[in-house]
Design a protein around this ligand. Structure first.
Ligand code: ZN
Length: 303
């Protein structure tokens, strides 16, 4: 009798310990501090990107703000390894990071760190070879065919186009359908075949090495909207050494972020980059192919 009580007690203590372990938050660094222009106002978008992760109950997010354009980088040595994933809401030119900072970041991802690239973070560092291998494709900041081919979806697969020209452009912002291309990937499992994204830029002519890259979703870039007439990459996953990268080109501003499709893929993609798994259910208010879905809690502040 006494013995069975003791066993039960042990089982309870163990179960308690395991549930505590399960509740341990996944630590994420949200890196911001610079953008390529007056648009991409990271001061506005970072609090929303942070809250979206923390509202899952799964993540604990620290914001790390890099020094500004003319700032002193000598004391900027983030402890990447304290985090399961780094979310980049950051876009800086090649000269901003010195070799030591670059190699510490490369080592972190290569050795298994997660990386999440949001929208214009793929504009950063056009000539940093290893960064471009992590993100797969990027745009602007002088990118051309020298930086890699363009990629698009054609006849059931992703094809590379090596023809010359600029890297990165977009027409006027509009709502567009995001098409799932790899429904069996953990990030995409259970999502509809197509869903209507809130008004956003539709990046096209993105270029890069595209190594170890799987394009999970594309969107048709309509020539009538000054697009390419091609199905452009929208959501991607990549491997860099042991590291996992989730790359979403969505999310120009607060209006673009307030889309349940953006939120759910960003939350699930961050979990995948950090842990290799996706445990989050698809939200019930996920958009359909014809209806954008937003949430009042993420509405941009009234102007
Ligand atoms: Zn943008």
């Amino acid at each position: 009798m006494k013995r069975s009580l003791f066993v039960m007690l042990c089982a309870c203590v163990l179960a308690g310990a395991f549930s505590l372990m399960a509740a341990e938050p996944v630590r994420v660094m949200l890196l911001d501090g610079e953008s390529g222009g007056p648009f991409h106002a990271w001061e506005q978008t970072t609090p929303y990107l942070k809250r979206m992760l923390e509202d899952t109950g799964m993540f604990r997010v620290d914001v790390v703000t890099a020094p500004p354009k003319d700032g002193d980088f000598s004391g900027f040595h983030p402890t990447w390894s304290n985090y399961k994933a780094i979310v980049m809401n950051y876009d800086a030119p090649d000269e901003r990071w010195n070799d030591a900072l670059r190699s510490s970041f490369e080592r972190y991802v290569r050795e298994g760190g997660g990386l999440v690239i949001v929208h214009a973070a793929n504009n950063a560092f056009p000539k940093w070879k290893e960064f471009n291998r992590m993100v797969g494709v990027g745009g602007w900041r002088g990118r051309t065919e020298a930086d890699g081919p363009m990629f698009h979806w054609l006849d059931g697969k992703i094809v590379a186009d090596t023809s010359p020209g600029r890297g990165g452009s977009h027409g006027p912002r509009h709502q567009y359908v995001v098409d799932t291309r790899v429904p069996e990937h953990p990030i995409m499992r259970g999502l509809p075949a197509g869903w209507l994204h809130a008004s956003d830029e539709l990046y096209d002519r993105m270029r890069g090495p595209g190594e170890n890259m799987t394009v999970l979703a594309t969107a048709y870039s309509d020539a009538a909207k000054k697009g390419t007439g091609r199905h452009e990459p929208i959501l991607m996953v990549l491997r860099y050494g042991e590291g996992r990268i989730f790359h979403t080109v969505l999310g120009h501003d607060l209006e673009a972020l307030n889309c349940v499709g953006f939120m759910a893929t960003y939350q699930r993609g961050t979990e995948w980059a950090a842990t290799g798994k996706v445990t989050q259910a698809v939200p019930k208010d996920f958009p359909s192919a014809t209806q954008v879905r937003t949430r009042p809690a993420y509405a941009p502040p009234a102007k």
